[in-house]
Design a binder for this molecule. Structure first.
Ligand SMILES: Cc1cc2nc3c(=O)[nH]c(=O)nc-3n(C[C@H](O)[C@H](O)[C@H](O)COP(=O)(O)OP(=O)(O)OC[C@H]3O[C@@H](n4cnc5c(N)ncnc54)[C@H](O)[C@@H]3O)c2cc1C
Ligand SMILES: NC(=O)c1ccc[n+]([C@@H]2O[C@H](COP(=O)([O-])OP(=O)(O)OC[C@H]3O[C@@H](n4cnc5c(N)ncnc54)[C@H](OP(=O)(O)O)[C@@H]3O)[C@@H](O)[C@H]2O)c1
Length: 440
């Protein structure tokens, strides 16, 4: 067993932070560096979980535990590993083992004509925009048209539909950046069409999330199912699906009072192509799944919420079809491990990543006595090599400064818990205690 085992975790999302916690609380005194390409931790908890799911975000109280004073876990933010950052091979010279927790951030495509038009986005891009991810501050989605199409029947599709249908007044109480709030304030969206390729018994929504769209003030939910629910769908076995069917059947039978905005749920509809006008999206042609008459859904914005894929990690094997790094219980090879979405694919809630990370860390700890000492075992050598690559890491103390600035901005807006700083330069300035450049 090495006297001072050193482990790098790449990715400060839920899986990386659960792995850091499992390492920090193990019987072995492991030094852990958690590296993330962004100056802020928490991955999709910060840049995926919908802004109006404020309670869900409180999980950060658990996720930040590994960085408590006196712990052996360091945060090295603003450090991209791989292309455009520090090469993995270079990093390997500083650690006994590396845990990859980089998630699945690539938007999958539908493969239909028109998908590349301005106004057509994957949910990864669109959600990142409203969550204030620095890579998407300039997305500028078209919210001037009354119609929007959202493709998919998972919780991400519901998040997107809800954020677009919810009034900007309610969104002001969330952490969305000022620029996003302004765009939502100027939004002309009245009809959000959710396009579902299979029947109501196959949706991946969780009932709590489905119920939320029914509870939105000023929003009517309209079910377009060709009478399938009224005729009675086969009783699903899963409790979750039973609850969904009960809700959808009730909405189909009683669409309630008209409201200023509508969410339409279109079942058994397959996207065929996107229509354009003036060089941008003007609508989507859909057909009944399995063949049937085509219909046009008017839309100035199309968001595909059909799932994600990982990105290959140079030097590690990659399964293109599954979008993951092939592994056995998290072990890719002795010294190389994966956890979270890059390990098992882009499904599962935040908590799913805990058991997943514990399994990976167990494999790592089992291997530890076989792993050779790194070439450069001193903790400071990593910081020096990062500097040689022109990278100035953001420490936990730096992040706490940025965090405090966001909380201050939240109080200034009103009753928001925080307001995100989205521009990378502004994030870094706030983290390093320099004055902020004016917000756009
Ligand atoms: C839109 C959306 C909304 C969701 N909402 C909920 C919800 O409300 N409730 C819930 O329970 N679950 C929700 N989930 C699921 C949950 O977010 C995931 O289960 C979880 O975030 C996966 O964790 P992860 O650590 O594997 O990946 P991620 O959270 O994606 O973290 C990966 C981290 O790796 C970093 N990274 C990537 N590449 C590099 C690199 N080359 N170098 C350095 N760092 C890198 C990224 O910056 C990121 O911080 C949602 C998912 C999505 C997509
Ligand atoms: N509040 C929350 O708890 C919350 C919020 C957001 C996300 N999450 C979690 O994060 C994970 C990812 O969510 P997700 O919504 O991205 O994925 P998901 O739950 O896997 O849903 C993806 C949806 O896209 C559809 N789809 C895939 N390919 C398609 C195509 N070519 N054409 C039309 N539809 C297509 C799928 O339909 P088929 O079923 O027909 O394949 C499915 O309905 C999930 O585990 C989710 O529960 C949780």
């Amino acid at each position: 067993m090495p006297a001072h085992p050193r482990v790098a975790v790449i990715g400060a999302g839920p899986s990386g932070l659960y792995a850091a916690a499992a390492l920090a609380t193990s019987d072995v005194p492991v030094d852990v560096d958690v590296l993330d390409r962004l100056p802020a931790p928490y991955g999709l908890v910060r840049y995926g979980v919908a802004p109006d799911h404020v309670k869900m975000k409180s999980v950060i109280r658990v996720l930040r535990k590994p960085f408590a004073d006196g712990s052996r876990v360091r945060f090295l933010g603003n450090v991209r590993v791989g292309e455009g950052g520090v090469p993995l091979d270079v990093l390997r010279e500083h650690y006994h083992a590396i845990v990859h927790a980089s998630g699945s951030s690539v938007d999958r495509g539908l493969g239909i004509p028109g998908e590349e038009l301005p106004g057509s986005h994957g949910s990864g891009a669109f959600v990142s925009w409203y969550c204030g991810h620095p890579d998407f501050v300039d997305l500028d989605p078209a919210l001037d048209h009354p119609g929007v199409v959202v493709v998919g029947a998972g919780n991400v599709a519901l998040d997107v539909a809800r954020v677009l249908a919810r009034g900007h007044v309610e969104m002001a109480a969330t952490d969305v950046p000022d620029r996003v709030l302004e765009a939502l304030r100027g939004s002309g969206v009245t009809d959000v069409h959710v396009v579902v390729r299979r029947g109501p018994e196959h949706v991946k929504f969780t009932p709590a999330e489905l119920r939320q769209i029914g509870d939105l003030a000023g929003v009517q939910v309209l079910v377009h199912d060709d009478g399938v629910l009224a005729a009675g769908v086969p009783e699903p076995e899963e409790r979750r699906q039973k609850q969904n069917i009960a809700m959808l059947t009730q909405w189909a039978a009683d669409p309630g009072e008209p409201a200023p905005r509508r969410i339409h749920l279109h079942f058994h509809r397959t996207p065929v192509r996107l229509l354009s006008e003036g060089g941008r999206v003007a609508g989507m042609v859909v057909e009944r799944t399995g063949g049937g008459p085509e219909e046009i859904l008017d839309a100035g914005l199309v968001v595909r919420a059909i799932g994600y894929a990982g990105e290959p990690i140079p030097g590690l094997p990659y399964d293109e079809a599954a979008g993951i790094v092939p592994n056995e219980g998290g072990r890719v090879a002795p010294g190389s491990y994966v956890t979270g979405w890059i390990k098992r694919g882009p499904t599962g809630v935040i908590g799913t990543n805990k058991g997943d990370a514990v399994e990976t860390v167990a494999a790592l700890l089992d291997d530890l006595h076989t792993l050779p000492d790194p070439l450069h075992p001193e903790p400071e050598s990593v910081v020096e090599v990062l500097e040689a690559y022109g990278i100035e890491p953001v420490t936990w103390t730096d992040w706490e400064r940025l965090d405090a600035e966001e909380v201050r901005l939240g109080a200034a807006r009103g009753d928001a818990e925080r307001v995100k700083v989205a521009e990378l330069a502004e994030m870094l300035a706030a983290a390093r205690g320099r004055s902020r450049t004016p917000s756009r």
